[in-house]
Design a protein. Structure first.
Length: 232
C-alpha cells in the first residue's frame, strides 16, 4: 500500500498523496478506523498499526483527490455502524449535482455527512436505499439515482466507479462506468484468503483476475460470487 501510494500503475495518477486510511474488523461488530491526511509513506503510525493488527477482513485506501479538500473527513474508508466503504473514481459535475444527491440521503444518515466527497455521498445514499438488506442492489440503485439526477439536470452522466465495502462478514466490490473507462479492479483467491485490489500486488498476471466492468463481487469466507450488474 505504501509502495502504491508513490508508484501506482493502474490509477489515473501514479502519486496518491492526499491521505491514507484503514478499516479493520476484529472482535467487535463495528470496524476499527484509522485515517490521516499525510501520505502513506510519511505516516509512521500506519507502519506501527499494520505490524500489530490481525483482522480477517480489512479495507485499505490511499487517496488522490479529484477536487475535494485534503482533510480527515474526506479520507477513505468511510464507516457507519458495521459498514465500511471506499471508492476509486469520480462523479462528473458533482458540484452541480451535490444538492440533488444529498437530498436523497435519509435524514438520520445525512447528519453523519462529515466531508465533501462524492464517495461519502454515494455511501450514505446506498445506506439510505437499503445497503443493509441487499448490498449489491442498494449500490446499483444509488448509482442509477445519480445518473437520473444528472439527466434531469441536463448533464450527461459521467460516473467512474470501483468500490469495496464490508459489514465485517462479507466483502463486496463493484466496478462500473458510464463510459469505457471504469477504474481498474482485480481479485486473487489464495489459501490465505481473497484479495480485491485496484491493481495487482505483484507483476505476475496469472495471479490476478480482472473484474469485468459492470460486475459485482461478493466474498464471504469460502463463498465467492461474481455477477453482472447494471446501474441504469
Amino acid at each position: 500500500m505504501i509502495h502504491q501510494s508513490r508508484e501506482a500503475h493502474s490509477c489515473k495518477t501514479a502519486i496518491n498523496a492526499d491521505g491514507v486510511g484503514v478499516a479493520w474488523y476484529g472482535t467487535r461488530a463495528q470496524p476499527g478506523l484509522y485515517k490521516d491526511v499525510r501520505p502513506a509513506w510519511s505516516d509512521p503510525n500506519l507502519l506501527q498499526l499494520v505490524h500489530q493488527t490481525i483482522a480477517p477482513v480489512f479495507l485499505a485506501h490511499v487517496r488522490a483527490s479529484t477536487g475535494s479538500a485534503t482533510s480527515y473527513a474526506n479520507c477513505h474508508p468511510f464507516a457507519d455502524g458495521c459498514w465500511s466503504f471506499m471508492h476509486n473514481g469520480v462523479v462528473g459535475d458533482f458540484d452541480q449535482l451535490r444538492k440533488r444527491i444529498e437530498g436523497d440521503i435519509a435524514d438520520h444518515l445525512y447528519a453523519k455527512r462529515k466531508g465533501s466527497t462524492d464517495s461519502e455521498a454515494i455511501f450514505l445514499l446506498a445506506l439510505s436505499l437499503g445497503l443493509e438488506s441487499d448490498p449489491m442492489e442498494a449500490m446499483t440503485r444509488a448509482l442509477a439515482r445519480i445518473e437520473t439526477h444528472a439527466r434531469n439536470a441536463g448533464i450527461k452522466p459521467h460516473i467512474r466507479f470501483a468500490s469495496c465495502w464490508s459489514d465485517g462478514q462479507a466483502l463486496y466490490a463493484y466496478r462500473y462506468a458510464t463510459d469505457r473507462f471504469a477504474p481498474s479492479l482485480y481479485y486473487n483467491r489464495t489459501e490465505q484468503g481473497t484479495f480485491v485490489v485496484s491493481e495487482p500486488l505483484d507483476h505476475l498476471s496469472e495471479h490476478w483476475t480482472e473484474v469485468p466492468p459492470g460486475s459485482g463481487l461478493r466474498v464471504c469466507g469460502s463463498d465467492f460470487g461474481l455477477s453482472e450488474v447494471k446501474a441504469a
